[in-house]
Design a protein around this ligand. Structure first.
Ligand code: SAM
Length: 304
């Protein structure tokens, strides 16, 4: 059950309770000598309770195709690897790579890919020879500075049916946007496209004290599970993305204004949608209706 709205974990002094004491200490010890890099969004988890809670939410098992983005000092890596026996990781900070290899040298199925997750081709982790290749389970305490483009990048793999699920730590504000429904100020392109592809489950909130260095804002864990059957399939999701981007380019303007280069106000009304609404009032289903109309009736320059 989700405790997203329950009082948050503060990452307080009881951080080692429920876990062998040495766990958080090991992470902190490994931390020694590495200066957290702001440009890589490095806030390392050190709260044993929170690490446990995240790993329980992921529920890693042997035989699964797990990949972690940004393992850092290995706070989540270690318990996940312990449970699953195999893990791929993608890490951009080359100073952390030898440390990770050393830390997990006794796991033959631990593989490190050095590079930028935004550029990384995750299809290479799918065993193309296998009859039923295991889909990806993507996890990560994501670097906050690139979390939105990274989520868009990863949604493209759900489209190819390559993903079983994703568990991320994000800024709470980003999780709020992922889960937002119409009529709220958090509702926008990120939530609409994430909900187009996935069921979005906010799980729990994590306070700044769980990290070293502590970030300035609250974080939260979210689970994204690709829909088996899309609830509102569109003819062309690139057009859906384009319509939504354009609609939200000016949040305070009405659809009649923001979408006029794509669809006329009369045609919006013909779809049963009030063209005088602001973009945050429309449901995903209504955006799909507009996108499908645009896909079939592209406006020529002289129609505008
Ligand atoms: N997983 C660790 C933890 O929970 O303590 C570290 C999390 S830290 C918030 C983000 C991690 O992502 C860092 O290890 C950072 O170096 C890495 N990172 C940042 N940008 C990245 C990128 N573009 N591709 C892959 N890893 C990246």
């Amino acid at each position: 059950m989700s405790d997203f709205n329950a009082p948050r974990s503060t990452g307080n002094k009881r951080k080692n309770a429920g876990r062998p004491k040495s766990e958080a200490q090991k992470v902190l010890a490994a931390n020694a000598g590495h200066k957290a890099r702001k440009r890589f969004g490095q806030n390392f988890l050190h709260d044993g309770n929170i690490i446990n809670k995240i790993v329980r939410a992921i529920n890693p098992k042997e035989g699964q195709n797990l990949v972690e983005i940004g393992p850092g000092m290995g706070a989540i890596t270690e318990p996940v690897l312990e449970a699953a026996g195999a893990l791929n990781v993608v890490e951009i900070d080359r100073d952390l790579i030898p440390r990770l290899r050393t830390q997990f040298f006794n796991y033959p199925n631990f593989k490190v890919y050095e590079g930028d997750a935004l550029q990384y081709d995750f299809t290479q982790l799918i065993d193309k020879e296998a009859e039923n290749p295991a889909p990806l389970r993507i996890i990560g305490n994501l670097p906050y500075n690139i979390s939105t483009p990274l989520i868009f990048h990863l949604l493209s793999y759900t489209e190819q049916h390559l993903v079983q699920d994703m568990h991320f730590m994000l800024q709470k504000e980003v999780v709020d946007r992922l889960a937002a429904g119409p009529g709220t100020s958090d509702y926008g392109r990120l939530g609409i496209m994430a909900q187009y592809w996935c069921r979005v489950e906010p799980l729990f909130i994590v306070g700044p004290g769980a990290f070293n260095p502590p970030p300035k804002v609250d974080s939260a864990i979210v689970r994204l599970v690709p829909h088996e059957t899309l609830p509102f399939p569109t003819k062309d999701h690139n057009i859906l993305q384009h319509v939504v981007r354009q609609a939200f380019s000016m949040r305070r303007k009405t659809l009649r204004n923001t979408l006029k280069t794509l669809i006329s106000a009369e045609n919006i009304e013909r779809l049963g949608i009030d063209a005088g609404l602001r973009p945050e009032r429309l449901t995903l289903e209504e955006y799909v209706k507009i996108a499908d109309f645009v896909a079939e009736n592209p406006l020529k320059a002289d129609d505008q």
